[in-house]
Write a protein that binds this ligand. Structure first.
Ligand code: SF4
Ligand code: SF4
Length: 448
């Protein structure tokens, strides 16, 4: 082999030292240093397979780079390079932490299952002051009241837009953002009920109870349709009525939350309290697990599915007996077998949210859509929109960048409907594409 290489490459220009090498210790020289920094990501070999999945890849860092910077910080600290260390640490706040959607999609592409979002959540948790943790805990303890204030705020915002123009609040918050830490108002936000309205009364469809319906707080507070259709809750109840399904919405629903709001931001005490309270409520609502409970936002279902580690021993037992279903599961397994489909759409497009992908429900989502439309498109560039519950309100540049490839693809055609299964992601995609994305429950309602 050596002689052959000398004949064809006498100046040793091609891959010098690779495979054919005189140095017997070449295999242990010039290795990249991979110091142990954080247990969540120490296995990372910096291969980069995860990068294309990351919603922040085009504006700040990818998961691989988030890890590389942690390693670099360690090296700088070991070398006593305080100035550069501080500079890099400061930059990491925005590039590494603020713009990570903690959706964990990176783990789905990583050969060693690294979820960089888990590291980011812990770093956020460690950054929180006692005061911030106290505020989050107080929000969790008074969630019903806070939720009512948010709903009233959204309704008031809608009213301002009606008076001063449909984009008045969006323009105002956009103008204020560079100087004040305010969330960006989205024109897709529509309060489910009026300022004084309430949905806390118990409602059911008059049929034998088949499931408990848990309208999530986002649906309760901003689940109204941008197209002037009935809100998501009423639409789901309408579908239940048409298919003879008895749905119960519990009286004390207003104070219930899956806790994603707290877990994604690393507010552990608040998340622990919320998750435990919610499991206790679900236990009561479902008559100790006798009925499945159905949620209408997939990321909230995902959060509840993964809350077991923060539950008390007693609540862990309850959790193990509960059947917590996402609307996608429920529609395919319970609703469609009872439904008679009266019409179908011609061509629709789906946005499978990242929690749907992580839960392995994408096939079910497509299966539902395929029964209700002749042609179903899932964009090649469909991925995490970066919304992560509310991150897009605070860092709109993240969602704008994350949705661009998918939105560019979707805009190539005009569809008869645009569907997803998480309200905030629908709002985000609607902004990006310029067409109204809505819950697949609306498609179901129109076709039955
Ligand atoms: S959790 Fe999401 S945003 Fe964060 S690094 Fe992973 S893919 Fe990127
Ligand atoms: S895919 Fe996994 S191992 Fe490869 S760079 Fe990303 S986190 Fe590291």
């Amino acid at each position: 082999m050596k002689s052959l290489k000398e004949v064809i490459d006498p100046d040793n220009l091609l891959n010098p030292g690779v495979i054919i090498n005189d140095d017997k210790r070449a295999h242990v020289r010039n290795l990249k240093e991979l110091p142990r920094v954080e247990e969540e990501v120490d296995k990372c070999m910096e291969c980069g397979f995860c990068e294309y999945k990351c919603p922040s890849r085009n504006i700040t860092l990818t998961p691989r780079r988030r890890i590389v910077v942690r390693r670099e910080l360690l090296k700088l600290s070991r070398d006593g390079n305080k100035k550069q260390y501080k500079e890099l640490l400061d930059q990491y706040q925005y590039d590494g932490l603020d713009t990570c959607a903690v959706d964990g999609l990176c783990a789905t592409a990583c050969p060693v299952d690294i979820n960089t979002g888990t590291l980011v959540k812990r770093l956020r948790r460690e950054n929180h002051s006692e005061f911030a943790n106290g505020v989050a805990l107080s929000v969790a303890k008074n969630f019903g009241t806070v939720s009512a204030v948010v709903r009233a705020g959204v309704a008031a915002g809608n009213m301002v837009n009606r008076i001063f123009g449909s984009s008045a609040l969006h323009k105002l918050t956009k103008g204020l953002k560079p100087v004040l830490p305010v969330p960006l108002w989205s024109n897709q936000m529509h309060a489910s009920v009026g300022l004084s309205g309430s949905i806390s009364r118990s409602r059911n469809t008059g049929h034998k109870t088949l499931a408990v319906y848990f309208p999530t707080c986002i649906t309760r507070n901003m689940g109204a349709s941008a197209d002037g259709k009935p809100n998501t809750i009423d639409t789901f109840l309408h579908v239940a009525e048409k298919t003879g399904i008895g749905f119960v919405i519990p009286d004390d629903i207003q104070s219930a939350c899956c806790g994603q709001l707290f877990s994604s931001k690393g507010f552990n005490k608040a998340f622990t309290l919320t998750a435990n309270e919610t499991i206790e409520k679900l236990w009561k609502w479902t008559e100790e697990g006798s009925f499945p409970v159905v949620l209408d936002i997939t990321s909230c279902t995902f959060t509840l599915h993964h809350c077991r580690s923060v539950l008390t021993e007693q609540n862990k037992e309850k959790f193990d007996h509960l059947k917590i279903l996402d609307s996608i599961d429920f529609i395919l397994d319970y609703v469609l077998p009872r439904a008679s489909i009266k019409s179908r759409k011609k061509e629709i497009v789906l946005h499978p949210v990242c929690s749907l992908q992580k839960m392995g429900l994408e096939t079910k989502f497509i299966a539902i859509a395929s029964q209700l439309a002749d042609k179903v498109d899932v964009p090649l560039h469909a991925g995490c929109c970066g919304m992560a519950g509310d991150r897009g309100f605070w860092f709109p540049e993240l969602t704008k960048s994350a949705t661009q490839p998918e939105a560019d693809e979707v805009r190539q055609k005009e569809y008869d409907g645009y569907y997803s299964s998480a309200k905030t992601c629908e709002m985000n995609m609607s902004d990006a594409v310029g067409r109204n994305y809505e819950s697949i429950v609306y498609l179901l309602d129109e076709c039955l």
